[in-house]
Design a protein. Sequence first.
Length: 405
Amino acid sequence: MKSQSLLALGERLRDDLARHEAVDRSSEARARRQLLVAVAAQKPRRRAAFALGAAGLVAAAAAAFLLVTRPATQTEPLSFWVEERAGQVDEWVTARDTEQSLRFSDGSSVVAAPHTTTRVLHIAPNGAELALERGHLEAHVVHRDATRWQVAAGPFVVHVTGTRFHVSWDPQGEKLAVSVTEGRVEVTGGGQPRHELVAGSSLELSVSAGTELKSAFAAPEPASSAEPRTESAESARDEDELIRPRKAAERKPDFRELSTAGRYREALALVEQQGFAAECESLGARDLLTLGSTARLAGRADRAKEAYLAVRRRFPGGSEAGISAFSLGRLASDAGRASDAMAWFKRYLSEQPSGALSREAAGRLLELLEQSGNQAAAREAATSYLKQYPSGPHAGLAERVLARR
């Protein structure tokens, strides 16, 4: 009978430790102590000393067992989410008129700009491999021991160990642009030497030109052909060269196309030439969102804010207005204006509690409240987040906030 009781106690302790494995050590210890007290209270007083001593041995054995087996849980691959839903390896993620956010269970995040196509090729316990088919990615990779991330774009691969960086890929021109704002990356492939970039540096490469470019999207020189040109081929080419300038003159460039190709500064400059304020008054809601994202990625937060505010003023109550509120919150957060950012994220959640970006807004709001030191508000936000998104990417942070005293 005594051995059966001890075995039962051991099983209960092991189950308890497993359930609290993701919680900090203090919470786990409190849970163990509470269980031991509860079990000990059920024993006859004459067995109390023996039961507690045996329980200590069983607890130690259970803890040792978990420590031995715990690496197995750490070998599980990361999980990730695409906006509100769980992501699947090898699925295509296409951001059309608005950005798409990918968040990973280690805290890393990738934002696909409008008109971007990407996919997660592989996930591992210490990182992931992404393919950028076209467009622009803004990534924040959390640095941990043995972190290994990479983004493949055409023949190039961007290797990451923990940093914030931007990468653009134009498949038609076969041109790559990488800029680093924090940490460092390495770029390989394309038949070129390895390039190492640190914070504040950028790199622009072209497969056709085969060299680093002064301008990210400058057209490469025409490649010379070793084969002789026939008269018909020469005539066709000469005629094409005569027609092409005329066609280019007839057709005005469009900022949407430039933005799709990752040429954000050029796209913004074009809108500036046409009159930014006038465009904010004439463009549709979706195009205004694209304009805001284009300006933000071009480094003009002021213009991005102007475009997003125009959406809210001209198209109130719609989903685009909600997306603008979220985007304004992100702008404020990036600029270090935490109070403004929290106000915009709260506004999004109040206007669209079940919107496409609700979980992301709730998670970002929780981050800001936790950083602000307002523990009461942070606990309230953490409770609300876990109730709505118990398996969301910010669930770990919410649990840590609630575990504090």
